[in-house]
Design a protein around this ligand. Sequence first.
Ligand SMILES: NC(=O)c1ccc[n+]([C@@H]2O[C@H](COP(=O)([O-])OP(=O)(O)OC[C@H]3O[C@@H](n4cnc5c(N)ncnc54)[C@H](OP(=O)(O)O)[C@@H]3O)[C@@H](O)[C@H]2O)c1
Length: 246
Amino acid sequence: MDRFAGRVALITGASRGIGLAVARRLVSEGASVVVTGRDEDALKEAVAGLGEARASGVAGRADDAAHRAAAIAHAVERFGGLDHLVNNAGVNPAWGPLAELDANVARKIFEVNVLAALEWTREALAAGNLRSVLNTASIAGTAASDNIGFYGVSKAGLINLTAQLAEELAPAVRVNALAPAVVKTKLSRALYEGREERVARAYPLGRLGVPEDVAGPAAFLLSDDAAWVTGQTLKVDGGASIRPVG
Ligand SMILES: NC(=O)c1ccc[n+]([C@@H]2O[C@H](COP(=O)([O-])OP(=O)(O)OC[C@H]3O[C@@H](n4cnc5c(N)ncnc54)[C@H](OP(=O)(O)O)[C@@H]3O)[C@@H](O)[C@H]2O)c1
């Protein structure tokens, strides 16, 4: 498939994990990509793996305005525009009940996971030829969870931001989200390490996700195959959300 031939995508938080798998998939379908992440060396390694002809990295924090401006300008200068944005960078520095949550930590989670997604979208729009946006939310944004409560609150915010932006930016730009369950990455390690088999029993499809499981749905929602789909959040969860309780 060549759904992204001639297209340019910017994927935040793509030096590893889900973001890197999405970048790999888009490049394999013809896109040129700009990837971001905080660690410059990790980003260089990711770009080398993607192939320097159609991939480039800009290191920085997703919630830093100067970094956003530099990354978007780089996409335009290096590849000629910006057609697709993937707001994938997300953090969860908190573990435990909300009653024990430090308000400054909560603020940081909100700034990276929600506010930065809005800012990236506004700034990408200003670049002129944006067609679609994809936000990496989480099933944690659709129900309560143990220990990662404010992360879930932020992802619920991102899901609503998706619907709101979809309404406001239609018909020119489509905005959708993915809500993955546990995908085996550095971020989610604490949720399954040492008990993967037990955790996987909650999934009708019998296993936890891997980043490549998210890349196909991401490419679909970004592509013209989803031309009449906007404002949606697609659960990518091995069926976990349809398992009956009890
Ligand atoms: N894994 C799961 O089970 C799961 C489930 C649902 C949703 N998600 C969401 O999926 C997205 C990707 O997570 P992942 O599981 O793929 O995690 P990951 O493997 O830890 O990768 C996170 C990526 O984002 C970068 N990053 C982290 N904080 C950043 C920041 N403040 N600014 C810019 N880049 C940043 C990381 O590089 P640096 O550390 O070098 O910055 C890395 O490239 C997140 O939004 C997460 O909430 C994950």
